[in-house]
Structures are given as C-alpha cells and as structure tokens.
Design a protein around this ligand. Structure first.
Ligand SMILES: O=C(O)[C@@H](O)[C@@H](O)[C@H](O)[C@H](O)CO
Ligand SMILES: [Mg+2]
Length: 403
C-alpha cells in the first residue's frame, strides 16, 4: 500500500502567487495538487498545513474517495472556497499518485479519452472594438476555434477583462485592492456593437464568447442576451451573481443566448438548482475550486442528465497543475463543452514543467503517467510570495458593485 509519509505546502510567486500541495508516499512516489485561491492564498495554505496535512500522514494514498469523504464530512464545517480548494489539492495530488503508480495518464483512469483533444478558447481584449478584433484575428491565425471578446468602454478608465499587457491578463495586480469604476448603461451599448463588428470581421466559423463577470441584474442580462442573439454567441458567462439561482429563470425567459456560470461555485450544491431546472447551458467549475477531480466528475454527471456541458474555468490564477488536471477531466468526460485557456507566462511555465500541449485550437494533457505536471521546488523557492488582491468595483456615484 502506498502510505502517505509527508505533504508540503509550497507557496511561490513567479509573477503571480500559486499555492501547491505536494504529497509523498513511502515508496518515493509524489503527487501535486493546485491549492491557489486568488487573493486569499494564505488562508488555504494555513488550512492545509495546520488542519489537513496532519490528518493525511499514514493514510493509504490509493483511497481517494475515502480521503475525500474524510476531509469533507470529517471537518464538520462543510463547503466554502477555502475548504473546497484545500480538499481539491489533496484529491488532485492523489489522482496524480494513482496515475504514476498505475503507469497511466490520469485520463485513462477516468475511463479513457472520449475525444481526440479538447477545444479551448483564448482571450481577445483591447481598449477599443478595433483593438479587440485585431487581437481576435491573432488568435484565429494561431488556430483558435473559440475566442472570448472583451473590450474597453468609452468613458471608463478600466474595464474587466481588458489588460494593460497585450498577452497576459492578471487581475490580482496590487498590494491593496485597486478600485474600478463601472457603468452598466455604457457597457450595454458597446457589447452588441463589438459582436456585430466581430461577426463582420471574423466571419461565422469561429465561436465567440463573452464574460459579464456578475455585473448585471437578471433583466439587464436578458436584454443583453437578446441584443446578442443575431451574432450567435457561444455563451454569456456569469450574467448575474448566482447566489440566488432563481435569477437565471428570469434571464432564460428573455433570451436564447446560451448561459454559462460556475467559476466561483465550490460544490455540487451551488450548481444543483441551476442544473436541475435547466437554467444554464454550461457549468464552469474547475478542479481547484470545486473539490478536485472526484467532485467535479460528480457535478458533470449531474449536468449530463440535463444536456448541460462543461466549460472549465482556466484563468492564469489556476496553476499549470490545475490546468493539467482539468485537461485529463475534459478529455474523459462525456459532456465536455469547452475549456478556457489563458496562457501562463514563461516564468510560471518554468516553475511548473508540464506535458500538456496546444495545437489547432485544442489541447491534450499528454501521456505521461499521472497528471504530467510537476513543481520545480528550487525554482519555486526563488520566488517569494507577494500579497496581491483582486480589484473592487464601484458605480460612478461610488456605490460598491460586483467585480
Ligand atoms: O473567466 C475568467 O477567466 C475570469 O472570470 C477570471 O479572470 C477571474 O476574474 C479570475 O479567475 C479571478 O481570480
Ligand atoms: Mg469568468
């Protein structure tokens, strides 16, 4: 039996913060799991090292389901982003170990490849509609079949999804939260213009996506969905905050634009109502924030009953360890929809050597045993943690709004 002998929490900042759990077994096998919770990294690091690691030592690393249940039910305090991210890290590392011991890539343990590769979408953004379309053309030339479009709003100093850097968008950018300003009415005017111009310039053979980032009321989202219908968006993401899941009923009554939600959800209970009432088309949880591969498969199985597809979150705050785990999941799950892919910087890629690859708008996790990703601990140690916060968002009159 591969007995867990140690587990280490590694915090590193190769340009942005990442928290990684590395589990070691008595036979020398190791496994890694992503534990990064953007802007709240140290809460998960402490949850793991103070409260989880002591309970792992001595356990049979093969018993993934039992350890999951032990950490979930055993804590008494259930769910929540910190708890579920910590559980995800353990779960991911244990799948990595199981794959290495079996000599198989993790997707083979999950039932094998259900497709040849997984379609990903890239982020095209710019200060103006023209800049955004130019960026989208770049993605098309690189082979992307799906592109997310975000553009600056005239009269607003900064807009969600529009980076200062052409290639790398990093929202957690300051030692204390930066403050953005938001105007729904200005935003609602520009997005249909962006999509109209994009269809004219890019044609119809490319999927176009858009992230609203929880900023609209349900009726405003219904209006935007309706306005975008002629341009056939692949999805509208996070149209409204989803604590009140019934809000999506109202959006649905007004538009056939497909809806995606879930990057801030952390358990099947956050998704249940939206899935069972068929209020969404894509569920966007990913491995690190939704309890790991084990729990994500359960969510996907529920969604599959209702023809809802997966669309895993894949922003740069999810480390290459999460990306690898997501790709194994994506390749094997029957109701795969799409995978978000925001490229990491070369500094991050160097700390996390990985086997996954991109070609023709799609990705493959590779065939190395386990997840096919590791952490270079010496290099990681050279990048000290640097506190960084996500921005906050206010309306023009100073009222706090959703970011
Ligand atoms: O869809 C997305 O990629 C976004 O919503 C993220 O950039 C999100 O803002 C970050 O992951 C927050 O950490
Ligand atoms: Mg998003």
């Amino acid at each position: 039996m591969p007995r867990i002998t140690a587990a280490r929490v590694i915090v590193t900042c190769p340009g942005r913060n990442f928290v990684t759990l590395k589990i070691e077994c008595n036979d020398g096998t190791t496994g890694v799991g992503d534990a990064t919770l953007n802007g709240r990294e140290m809460a998960v690091a402490s949850y793991l090292s103070d409260h989880v690691v002591p309970c792992l030592v001595g356990r049979d690393a093969h018993r993934i389901e039992d350890i999951w249940q032990y950490l979930y039910k055993g804590a008494y305090w259930r769910r929540g982003p910190v708890t579920m991210t910590a559980i995800a890290a353990v779960d991911t590392a244990l799948w990595d170990i199981k794959g290495k011991l079996a000599g198989l890539p993790v997707y083979q343990l999950l039932g094998g490849a259900a497709r040849d590769s997984v379609m990903v979408y890239g982020h095209a953004n710019g200060a103006t509609i023209e800049d955004t379309i130019a960026a989208a053309r770049d993605y098309q030339q690189q082979g992307y079949k799906a592109i997310r479009l975000q553009c600056g709003i005239p009269g607003m100093a900064s807009t969600y999804g529009v980076s200062k850097d052409r290639f790398f968008y990093e929202p957690a950018d300051a030692d204390l939260p930066s403050e953005n300003v938001w105007s729904t009415s200005k935003y609602l005017r520009i997005v249909p213009e962006l999509f109209k111009a994009a269809r004219e310039a890019l044609g119809w053979d490319v999927h176009l996506l858009h992230d609203i980032h929880h900023r609209l009321t349900p009726i405003e989202a219904g209006r935007l969905g309706k306005d975008l219908e002629p341009y056939r968006p692949f999805w509208l993401e996070d149209a409204t905050p989803a604590e009140n899941q019934d809000a999506f009923r109202l959006i649905r009554q007004h538009t056939t634009s497909p809806l995606a939600v879930g990057e801030v959800f952390n358990s099947i209970w956050d998704c249940k109502g939206l899935i069972e009432n068929q209020l969404i088309d894509y569920i966007r949880n990913t491995v690190v924030h939704a309890g790991g591969i084990t729990h994500l498969r359960r969510i996907a199985a529920l969604a599959d009953l209702y023809q809802i597809k997966t669309g895993c979150h894949g922003a740069t705050d999810l480390s290459p360890v999460c990306m690898a785990a997501a790709l194994h999941f994506d390749l094997s799950v029957p109701n795969f929809g799409i995978q978000e892919y925001m490229r990491h910087t070369p500094e991050t890629d160097a700390v996390f050597p990985h086997a996954y690859r991109f070609a023709n708008g799609a990705m493959h996790p590779g065939d190395a045993p386990g997840l096919g990703v590791d952490i270079d601990e010496d290099l990681a140690a050279a990048h000290d943690y640097k506190r960084a916060f996500l921005p906050v968002n206010r309306l023009e009159d100073g009222t706090m709004h959703d970011w």
